[in-house]
Design a protein around this ligand. Structure first.
Ligand code: PHE
Length: 350
């Protein structure tokens, strides 16, 4: 008669030999499968005398249970081993230093632009934009700038391809062309009111943006930033300009100890024209007049180019240097710092 203990020992040895779940299932078949050794023993039972059948059957069952227990134990051991391998492979070294992501921030000129938009927004000004490649018409002619005006000199701006020989395209030298562009759109929108002899809603807009001139030193760069302001209505005068600009500049610098003055000047597109100077009543710049803006009452020819009757409509405009305002606000003494892209400088504004 076959030794059941030996069969169980053989099974345990075979299971231990199995190094993978697949090998283990093969070994299982040899003992517990249809053609396996336990199944064969069961079949042999039939040939035994009745009095031995019962006890032999019980012994075979015990052996079968022992083999099944060994199988389960080995299965678990193999699964555990597999898990361990996976855990090892995917292990995180929590003592490694993390990869740092430097915090970014806005450029100081962008910070100023956002401030300017917010302050004028609170006064009911919308924000408009225009192209940086501009036509001769919008940059000069529509702004009442005669053809022999020095601003048209090749030395004062960058001409680019396009346009005509007599009126080439150029990089805009100021944000003033957007006065015309915006006003023409506005007037088009309200043409029906104007034609019906009614009052159109006022034009109240600021235009921040990049401008270009052939200029480069500690206080001038070939690309710089301006913000244009334009308010046109039926009853808008220089005194409105004064109160709006004073409110703006005091909000921008967060002080009431700041005065402004208008100094007579000339621009083809305003009449009368003035430079706006500001003076701080305290701080390192106390007591010095600093020029920050051109300004004036919109010239009748410009009002006409906007599509409006200068007998009915009047307004003011200004164009301020955003870079200059930013330098004053943060105490920056060299304009070129804004364009060097040096993070040691820029990170101070985060
Ligand atoms: N465009 C002028 C300049 O760049 C500034 C200005 C704007 C003057 C609007 C008057 C009115 O110098």
């Amino acid at each position: 008669m076959i030794d059941l203990n030996a069969t169980v020992e053989d099974a345990k040895a075979a299971f231990t030999q199995a190094k993978t779940p697949a090998e283990l299932e093969n070994s299982k078949a040899q003992f517990l499968g249809k053609a396996g050794r336990i199944t064969a023993l069961m079949k042999d039972l039939a040939a035994l005398p009745v009095d031995q059948k019962k006890s032999r059957g019980a012994e075979i069952n015990l052996a079968k249970q022992a083999i099944e227990a060994a199988l389960h134990a080995r299965r678990e051991a193999l699964a555990d081993a597999e898990l361990q391998v996976q855990l090892q492979a995917e292990a995180l070294d929590v003592t490694l230093p993390g990869r740092r992501r430097a915090a970014g921030g806005l450029h100081p000129v962008s910070l100023s632009t956002e401030r300017i938009e917010a302050i004028f927004g609170s006064m009911g000004f919308e924000v408009a934009q225009g192209p940086e490649i501009e036509s001769d018409w919008f940059n000069f002619t529509a702004l009442n700038t005669p053809e022999d005006h020095p601003a048209r000199s090749m030395h004062d701006t960058f001409y680019v391809e396009g346009g005509t020989a007599a009126a080439p395209n150029l990089l805009r030298t100021h944000t003033s062309p957007v006065q015309i562009r915006h006003a023409v759109q506005h007037v088009k929108k309200y043409r029906h009111l104007i034609d019906a002899g009614q009052t159109m809603p006022e034009i109240r807009v600021i235009v921040p943006g990049r401008c270009y001139r052939v200029d480069s030193d500690a206080t001038h760069s070939p690309m710089f930033h301006q913000v244009e302001g334009l308010w046109v209505g039926q009853n808008i005068s220089f005194k409105d300009l004064k109160v709006v600009y004073l409110d703006f500049i005091q909000a921008f610098f967060e002080t009431r100890e700041l005065d402004i003055r208008f100094r007579p000047s000339f621009f083809p597109f305003t009449e009368p024209s003035a430079e706006i100077d500001i003076m701080f009543g305290a701080g390192p710049l106390k007591g010095r007049w600093l020029e920050v803006s051109g300004s004036g009452q919109v010239h009748p020819n410009v009002i006409r180019n906007m599509g409006l009757d200068p007998e009915l409509y009047i307004g003011f405009a200004f164009g301020s240097g955003i870079d200059r305002l930013t330098m004053l606000r943060y105490g920056v003494d060299d304009l070129r710092l804004f364009f060097d892209g040096d993070v040691r400088f820029l990170s101070q504004f985060r």
